[in-house]
Design a protein around this ligand. Structure first.
Ligand SMILES: Nc1nc(=O)c2c([nH]1)NC[C@@H]1CN(c3ccc(C(=O)N[C@@H](CCC(=O)O)C(=O)O)cc3)C=[N+]21
Length: 364
């Protein structure tokens, strides 16, 4: 549920209408309350431990205006790019259907009745329909056995109309993720979570069948916005199997010099501040402050953190791992939350499903 981190630095993330109203009552710049979060993962995030800000004489003049109100990063519009990607996929799906009579199929397995998971699955289904991908859905009760889930996976593995299989995470506590993800055929593992696909991603000269959707979406955003990666310094904050780790591998494959910052890192700000590219994927609201960021850097914010907001219709709103209000004054380019990486994740799932159908049917 929504954490109770109240975020000033994210007032700018409210709907424009309400933002205007709010700004009449709330001073714009106040300490980012992420610092007051009881879920603080990074000890060094305490303000008294913050190292000195970068020397401004060492950065380009245009970028030295971190404190000036008019400096503002280019917004990397994930919603827009995702729409473009979906349109491209729709064209290809039609081409393939017309040429060989094959329609790509995605099977989604949902165990339990978490509201957020149900919403994600519904959105994936809608996105499939919109591009002409056929979707298959299995809903299993919370108390299903691992064997039952694996039986469904096995049946999709051998179903020729299914080209992609996704098991919605998180799974109920009593299940072992590893056993279940291992059961998905690597040729249909459109999430890219199978250890063989991750292993191939990690090795030089080998290619996975699929790259995990969220990190793939991050890379796609960098590419489409013309952010150069080769030879640049990149920092990934977070080391999860599904985002941080594969994102670091992808950046490395693209010839960046990569550091991974995590909960045991002693000086996360200092390391992050060296990065030309930052991918933040820790799940801590507003962790990355403006003074963690090298002026002009490209910031990809993967975090989707609910924070209580009585004024929002849902009672909460979503903020990223990056304090957008501060970061957008320092960075060269930045993804918003929502409307950044999230929509790209779904677009990349569709892309992986199409790619799978093409590969299985040796189309083009
Ligand atoms: N097997 C598996 N694969 C996944 O890829 C997977 C998963 N399990 N479990 C849950 C996470 C989460 N995830 C998101 C996808 C889209 C948005 C998205 O589109 N977000 C919108 C906001 C949506 C809103 O307003 O609630 C945005 O950021 O703009 C978010 C999160 C995929 N996941």
């Amino acid at each position: 549920m929504a954490s109770s981190i109240l975020s000033d630095c994210s007032t700018a993330r409210l709907l424009p209408l309400r933002r205007a109203l709010l700004q009449q009552r709330v001073p714009c710049i106040r300490p980012c309350p992420a610092l007051a979060s009881p879920r603080r993962l990074f000890a060094a995030a305490r303000p008294q431990l913050l190292p000195r800000p970068p020397r401004m004489d060492s950065v380009p003049a245009a970028a030295s205006s971190a404190e000036s109100a008019d400096a503002s990063a280019k917004v990397i519009d994930g919603k827009l790019v995702a729409k473009q990607v979906r349109e491209e996929i729709a064209v290809e799906v039609t081409k393939m259907r017309d040429a060989i009579g094959i329609v790509p199929g995605l099977a989604v397995i949902l165990v339990g009745s978490r509201k957020d998971s149900q919403t994600y699955v519904r959105n994936k289904k809608k996105a499939c329909e919109a591009v002409g991908i056929k979707s298959y859905e299995v809903n299993l009760p919370e108390d299903s056995s691992e064997e039952e889930v694996i039986r469904h996976i096995a049946s999709f593995n051998s179903d020729p109309s299914v080209h992609g299989i996704l098991v919605q995470l998180p799974l109920p506590r009593h299940m072992n993720d590893e056993n279940i993800l291992n059961a998905v055929s690597i040729e249909k593992d459109v999430d890219g979570f199978h250890p063989l696909n991750i292993g191939r991603l990690a090795m030089q000269g080998r290619d996975p069948f699929f790259v995990p959707c969220t990190p793939k979406g991050c890379m796609e955003l960098l590419h489409r916005y013309g952010v150069e990666i080769k030879g640049k310094r990149a920092v990934v904050i977070g080391r999860s199997n599904i985002v941080g780790m594969p994102a670091a591998l992808l950046l490395q494959k693209a010839n960046a010099t990569v550091s991974i910052v995590h909960s045991q890192t002693k000086n996360p700000e200092e390391i992050t501040r060296q990065a030309d590219i930052v991918i933040a994927a820790v799940g801590v609201a507003n962790l990355v402050r403006g003074n963690w960021i090298k002026p002009g850097a490209a910031i990809i914010d993967v975090g989707i953190n609910p924070v209580d907001d009585p004024e929002s219709p849902r009672g909460y709103r979503l903020v990223g791992d990056v304090c957008y209000e501060e970061a957008s004054k320092v960075a060269g380019a930045i993804t918003p939350v929502p409307g950044g990486v999230g929509p790209m994740t779904i677009a990349m799932l569709l892309s992986n499903t199409l790619e799978s159908a093409k590969r299985i049917h040796k189309f083009k």
